[in-house]
Design a protein around this ligand. Sequence first.
Ligand SMILES: [Zn+2]
Length: 217
Amino acid sequence: MDKYKIETLGDNHISTSVQTPLRPDAFEKSDKEKIKNIQSYFSKIMEELGLDLTDDSLSGTPYRFAKMYVEELFYGLDPKNKPKISVFDNKYGYDKMLVEQNITINSSCEHHFLPITGKAHIGYIPKNKVVGLSKINRLVDYYAHRPQVQERLSLQILRDLQNTLETDDVIVVISAEHLCVSSRGIKDSNSFTTTIEYGGRFENERIKSDFLKLIGS
Ligand SMILES: [Zn+2]
């Protein structure tokens, strides 16, 4: 891709698929090997920027950076880290909307590797299965901790919950600030981006607007 196309694609934040584009050999190396390699690549980047890595304050940065990438910011790339979501039978027959709101989003934009921070609001109408509430937060956290595009993040959460809960009646709203928009490029620190993805009974205007009223938007 030429440099003009690279910049246009990145600034428009267009994603190419619902699945995170991963290489077939993505998990052949251990986390330890990845940390070791990224540490060495990142020290080259720092050197190229002219930084003196013999300085006590900087010497540990490549290791901290590598560990943070593999074990924290991008832990959600590896399916082995996916939280176990146990579902329970909907024994009490609750069949109205259940809303979990203000779930923290800490993610990273895949075009600039800068933070995306905001909130997710999720609703579902149980059929035969229900989940523990905190499991929804864990699932959001898992998908957020990948290089992401906000639309894809919404879809990945929606599809996973639809599978787990065995119902299409799920809605996901995310409002987030993108540091690549607020701190570089257009440098608009007031704007934020909202995405909404839903299926099943949330296609019904009344049910959708009940949900939007509940989350106060
Ligand atoms: Zn970006």
